[in-house]
Design a protein around this ligand. Structure first.
Ligand SMILES: [Cu+2]
Length: 125
């Protein structure tokens, strides 16, 4: 009785060793990811909309600043902030519109809802 119990343990032990070696064989190599270099925001209150892009796309302003967005493309764009308290300009094809930034420090993202990938951010300090 005792001998058969020991033999059963030996069989279990052998199977465990087999599965361990297969796990080691399938270990995936760790691929390092390159560091993302953040784009330093430009200190300005003027953003140009040209070639379906905001230039500069990242700006830094003081608390409560009024930012001017000038459409230089001659076709419709808009400036729509994710933060609905800042609001949006609506569509316009020429000229400039302004939006007032919040008093609270933080990063506020905006986009043109007409053109995917046309986006930017305002950092309020
Ligand atoms: Cu646009």
């Amino acid at each position: 009785m005792r001998l058969s119990f020991i033999l059963a343990l030996a069989v279990l032990d052998t199977s465990c060793g087999g599965s361990d070696s297969s796990v080691t064989g399938t270990t995936k190599p760790i691929i390092p990811t390159p560091p993302v270099t953040p784009v330093a925001p430009v200190v300005t209150t003027s953003v140009d909309m040209k070639n379906t892009a905001f230039t500069p796309s990242a700006i830094q302003v003081s608390s409560g600043a009024v930012v001017t967005f000038t459409n230089s493309d001659g076709f419709a764009h808009n400036v729509t902030f994710a933060n609905t308290a800042i609001g949006n300009t609506g569509n316009y094809s020429t000229g400039a519109k302004t939006l007032t930034m919040p008093a609270a420090a933080g990063s506020y993202t905006f986009q043109c809802t007409l053109h995917g990938g046309m986006n930017g951010s305002v950092t309020v300090q």
